[in-house]
Design a protein around this ligand. Structure first.
Ligand code: ADP
Length: 259
């Protein structure tokens, strides 16, 4: 009964929050509608015409991002598992993260286990890393260091009261030198729609994707944070043998700084 009650409360909360999202989405539609109305005016000066077109384009991007995250969260996207070498993937992702975080945030990759393979949806894995990195960037206020670390062959620790596992797991961690989080945030960050960001800036769905992806891939996600010092998110994914005939990239350097 307690569980049913919790579920009911959760559903009520989700109902309220999806109402909030619908409201945000409507605001975006209003911006598009009024911009297009302005654009129809034949007398509109060129400079303002460009500004309205930019507004439409930006707003469409924001709306697409919102629905994309909602869809990913609703798990309507079919997972496409593939076997890949985690270290090589991290180096590729780091290049992408470098452009997201900006010039004054250093992105460092440390691969302790080169021969480490996992089987999961690679694009969801990359999305999860990007979601974690975007939060890290926001917590660092323009300056700091983001370290991506891979260690293979680890047992999974017990997380959130669940027992761990002694199978071999790949541990992928992202450490930032940002603000850190207080206990009351830590307890809620994986909940859908939990955000401390300004309206229009955060959806509260980034870490829900990370959580859903980790669980669906047979792994888990852990977080450690110290106020004023920074935060480390660690994704645990079950290790697999390298797929026969799979392209194995040559061993990556143990440490590389991107950007
Ligand atoms: P969003 O980024 O849209 O707010 P998330 O689910 O990705 O949604 O994150 C939820 C909240 O967790 C953030 O609003 C922020 O308060 C907190 N958070 C997540 N990662 C970090 C981090 N690395 N440092 C500080 N706070 C964080």
């Amino acid at each position: 009964i307690e569980e049913a009650l919790r579920q009911a409360q959760k559903m009520e909360a989700i109902g309220q929050l999806t109402g909030g999202i619908a409201h945000d989405f409507n605001n975006l539609l209003t911006i598009i509608r009024s911009s297009v109305d302005f654009l129809r005016r034949p007398s509109l000066p060129e400079e303002r015409r460009l500004r309205y077109m930019d507004a439409v384009s930006d707003t469409v991007d924001r709306a697409a991002k919102l629905t994309g995250q909602l869809l990913a969260f609703a798990r309507r996207q079919a997972l496409k598992p593939e076997t890949f070498q985690v270290g090589a993937c991290l180096h590729e992702v780091a290049d992408m993260l470098d452009t997201i975080t900006g010039a004054r945030i250093r992105v460092v990759v440390e691969v302790a286990t080169v021969e480490c393979f996992v089987r999961c949806d690679r694009s969801q894995f990359e999305t999860a890393l990007v979601n974690i990195a975007v939060n890290a960037r926001d917590a660092m206020d323009g300056e700091g260091c983001l370290t991506l670390r891979l260690t293979g062959g680890l047992p999974m620790p017990g997380i959130r009261g669940h027992v761990g596992s002694r199978k071999a797991f790949a541990a992928v961690s992202l450490t930032d030198t940002g603000t850190g989080m207080p206990e009351e945030y830590l307890a809620r960050i994986f909940e859908p729609f939990f955000t401390t960001k300004a309206v229009g800036k955060g959806t509260g769905l980034g870490l829900s994707q990370v959580f859903g992806f980790a669980k669906q891939s047979g792994g888990d996600v852990d977080v450690e944070s110290t106020l004023g010092h920074g935060t480390t998110f660690t994704l645990y994914l079950p290790e697999v043998e390298a797929a026969a005939g799979a392209a194995i990239t040559s061993p990556a350097p143990v440490e590389a700084t991107h950007g």
